[in-house]
Design a protein around this ligand. Structure first.
Ligand code: ADP
Length: 244
């Protein structure tokens, strides 16, 4: 479902991704871990062309973009439409209700009629446990509720894959599990997902594969039990000791 080959990204002189190769099969969940500054967010942002890589190829489903060939806006937009992204900060439109936030993309970008968009949005809000908040404004919701609304908003665009960038790290501890449960359900329904998170329990329970990144490269990858209990790389070992 996702194939990344030889991905490089530089910001000025700073080389942040130094040749990333990665495959994620349909319906699988990968969790990306690694120290701060190792390039995890940049990798996710390159996967949906929010950042433009300097080199390499990103394929999601039937869209393949070779960034070495300097793709135009249209190609990048086609890649972006393949994935839904959930950020650390909720990024909802503050002046719109929860429902309006969820239907905005389908109506404006996908040109759906309002009635269909509302129907789908209500279904998604029910799924994330927020149907009773559909007419509320983001500021009146808890961080966890806002994040679940953000997930519903991303799903409304009918992405083939979901990308999560530390979706729970800005939340109070008691709000984390509600968001992780929604993500777990999505995974169980067969959504292909790439998740940057420090939630090791989620990684253990949900991930098919754990990727350890450091210094812009993938240093180690494998099943959660392999990476967590039998890390091969000294840097992985050191990182796991620090966070567990
Ligand atoms: P991580 O998610 O693993 O913490 P990031 O991908 O956010 O790492 O960042 C990797 C490196 O790239 C950091 O040194 C960061 O400061 C730098 N970086 C990220 N985005 C930008 C940007 N837009 N401009 C300049 N440097 C950036």
């Amino acid at each position: 479902m996702i194939r990344i080959e030889g991905l490089h990204k530089q910001f000025g002189n700073l080389e942040v991704l130094k040749g990333i190769d990665l495959t994620i099969e349909k319906g699988k969940v990968i969790v990306i871990i690694g120290p701060s500054g190792s390039g995890k967010t940049t990798l996710l942002r390159c996967m949906n062309a929010l950042e433009v890589p300097n080199q390499g190829r990103v394929q999601i489903g039937d869209v393949s973009v070779d960034f070495s060939q300097h793709p135009g806006k249209k190609e990048r937009a086609a890649l972006r439409q393949k994935s839904g992204m959930v950020f650390q900060q909720y990024n909802l439109f503050p002046h719109k209700t929860v429902l309006e936030n969820v239907i905005e993309g389908p109506i404006i970008v996908k040109r759906k009629n309002r009635q269909d968009a509302v129907k789908k949005a209500e279904m998604l809000l029910e799924k994330v446990g927020l149907l009773d908040k559909k007419d509320a404004y983001p500021a009146s919701l808890s961080g966890g509720q806002q994040q679940r609304a953000g997930i519903a908003r991303a799903l409304a665009m009918e992405p083939e894959v979901m990308l999560f960038d530390e979706p729970t790290s800005a939340l109070d501890p008691e709000l984390v599990s509600g968001v992780l449960n929604v993500m777990k359900e999505l995974a169980e329904e067969g959504m292909t997902m790439a998740v940057v998170t420090h939630e090791m329990r989620f990684a253990r329970e949900v991930a098919d594969k754990v990727i350890f990144m450091d210094g812009g490269v993938i240093l180690e990858q494998g099943k959660p039990e392999e990476v967590f209990h039998h890390p091969k790389n000294a840097r992985t070992k050191q990182f796991l000791q620090l966070i567990q």
